[in-house]
Design a protein around this ligand. Structure first.
Ligand code: COA
Length: 324
């Protein structure tokens, strides 16, 4: 077996839908501003759901899709910056719930790039022949670390989880690309102050998202072409030959600007940020599951995935779809 492939996907979302109009009732904003500047219309906000419960649901669905049992897993990675607690890690909580008794378990913190870093780690273990089946989950409850008085950040994010099971294959991941720039990390970070979550009524001194929106916007628009061009060079596959490109769902204008820079049709870039907002480490995982379950992907299709976010971090990969 030469490489690793994605054998199954799953996702889970909180039940509560919060629209732009709902947000306009708690902060000085409006539907038109949010739609025009971001493309976001609704997002899901967790009230009873947690990173653990959503990870378990997404993982169970991914295993079903892969036609594997939890006992087949050698490693579980959960990418999250909002675990329910630091110890035990989120991956151990998933392991306990699904009965993956043969798996090692750890979490990855790489913000919105976390799911991509997780896929790359899984690929490294599998293609080296060290492990056979790896579950990667991206899960976040960003709503719990937002300042709901800050209209420039609280309108952007949502909660959710997505998962993928990877295993050995003749066809699958073709190349990876990634990096980080810690010097610019202050553009997107967590501060600390007393905050009230209007959806759970929870009040505490807690970390909250602080962001230089325009700096992050520029970083994203430069970084996406860098990742994709690098993947194209490594594989000798022109980007226009790809069937789909799945990008981190932060902002419609970021995706449109990247498509323009790359001279690619916007039709190559599926989006669901209108429904879910930016779900950080979960966003590419949820989108991948939607695309997979919609039947849009057939064996032999070539796709690229790319994410970027806090750290600053970025990561992507190109793969030939080979599922069954
Ligand atoms: N509703 C209404 N007005 C808002 C608003 C909101 N939710 N948020 C900000 N504004 C106001 C600002 O206060 C500012 O008003 P002013 O001109 O009176 O000062 C005005 O809108 C323009 O703000 P600006 O920050 O220049 O807007 P922008 O076009 O840069 O859009 C973002 C802001 C956050 C949408 C944009 O910078 C962005 O998407 N950045 C990337 C963020 C991101 O994706 N982060 C996660 C990456 S993983």
């Amino acid at each position: 077996m030469k490489t690793s492939a994605i054998l199954g996907t799953g996702s889970a979302l909180p039940a509560k839908v919060v629209s732009n109009d709902d947000l306009a009732k708690i902060v000085d904003t409006n539907d038109e501003w949010i739609r025009e500047r971001t493309g976001i219309v609704n997002r899901r906000i967790s009230v009873d759901e947690t990173v653990t419960t959503m990870s378990i649901e997404a993982a169970t669905k991914a295993l079903e899709d892969a036609k594997l049992s939890a006992k087949d897993l050698d490693l579980i990675i959960v990418a999250t910056i909002t675990p329910d607690g630091a110890m035990p890690n989120a991956a151990c909580k998933v392991q306990a719930a699904i009965g993956a008794t043969n798996a090692m378990c750890y979490d990855i913190n790489a913000a919105c790039s976390g799911f991509m870093y997780g896929l790359q780690t899984a690929h490294a273990f599998i293609s080296a022949g060290l492990l056979k089946h790896v579950l990667v989950v991206g899960a976040e409850t960003l709503s719990k670390i937002l300042d709901w008085n800050d209209r420039s950040t609280c309108v952007l994010f949502g909660d959710g989880a997505g998962a993928a099971v990877l295993g050995p294959s003749e066809n699958g991941i073709l190349a990876i690309e990634g990096g980080a720039d810690g010097v610019k990390g202050v553009a997107l970070m967590l501060g600390n102050r007393p905050l009230v979550n209007p959806y759970t009524k929870h009040e505490a001194v807690q970390p909250y998202v602080e962001m230089d929106g325009q700096a992050v916007f520029k970083f994203a628009v430069r970084t996406i072409p860098h990742i994709l061009n690098s993947l194209s060079e490594k594989t000798n596959i022109p980007l226009e030959d790809l069937d789909l490109i799945l990008l981190h769902q932060a902002n419609k204008r970021i995706i449109e600007a990247a498509a323009r820079r790359l001279k690619l049709s916007e039709d190559m870039f599926p989006m669901n940020l209108d429904k879910y907002g930016n779900t950080s480490a979960a966003s590419i995982a949820i989108l991948l599951d939607e695309v997979n379950k919609s039947g849009k992907l057939k064996n032999g299709d070539k796709i690229a995935l790319a994410g970027f976010g806090g750290g600053l971090t970025w990561a992507g990969l190109m793969l030939e779809w080979k599922k069954d």
